[in-house]
Ligand binder design. Structure first.
Ligand code: PRP
Length: 175
């Protein structure tokens, strides 16, 4: 069995502060409008829930789920939808909310998919950005934290479905 070591990268108090700041920015940018906030499952669920609690606009909330064929922890570059959106986003302001942008493979696929539905605008919000591994340029509009090339878990992020419920973000090392 593989042993894991976790070391704290971002404590929950720091996440709380940054999520409030992002919510303030988003509320200000979408003031007077009703955006569709699309959470990308599964990893974004905790970030999205906290973000929504601090918004001063009243968004329509929906979810989309994507999977990619992976070799261990590395994306193969091929994605497929496991849950499509369930609302009409044509001529709507759409904000995609993710937990992490890593290679950018997932977002490249999602941006193409969402644009096919003809929204009037499309913006991207991610809690974590790991630019060192980027294979595709992704226009991020709202970013919580930029991190280095470490495998992270907690606050929605998992390793083989472990550690999603941790309140902080941790670097995971396999022994
Ligand atoms: C993670 C994360 C992003 C994606 C980012 O999802 O939630 O969706 O990887 O990686 P990329 O930029 O290299 O595409 P994962 O496939 O682990 O699924 P999960 O959200 O259900 O845990």
């Amino acid at each position: 069995m593989v042993e894991h070591t976790l070391s704290l990268l971002i404590p929950k108090e720091k996440i709380e502060v940054r999520v409030k700041e992002l919510a303030w920015l988003i509320s200000s940018d979408y003031a007077g409008r009703r955006p569709v906030i699309l959470g990308v499952l599964k990893g974004s669920f905790m970030f999205l829930a906290d973000l929504l609690r601090h918004l001063t606009v009243d968004p329509l909330v929906d979810f989309i789920a994507v999977s990619s064929y992976r070799n261990g922890t590395t994306s193969s570059g091929r994605c497929f939808l496991t849950k499509n959106i369930s609302c009409d986003i044509c001529h709507k302001d759409v904000l995609l909310v993710e937990d992490i942008v890593d290679t950018g493979t997932t977002f490249r696929f999602l941006i193409g998919h969402i644009r096919d539905h003809a929204p009037s605008s499309l913006k991207i919000c991610t809690l974590l950005d790991k630019p060192s591994r980027r294979a595709h340029a992704i226009p991020i509009d709202y970013c919580g934290f930029t991190i280095s090339d470490d495998f992270v878990v907690g606050y929605g992020l998992d390793c083989d479905e472990q550690y999603r419920s941790l309140p902080g973000i941790y670097i995971l090392k396999k022994q």
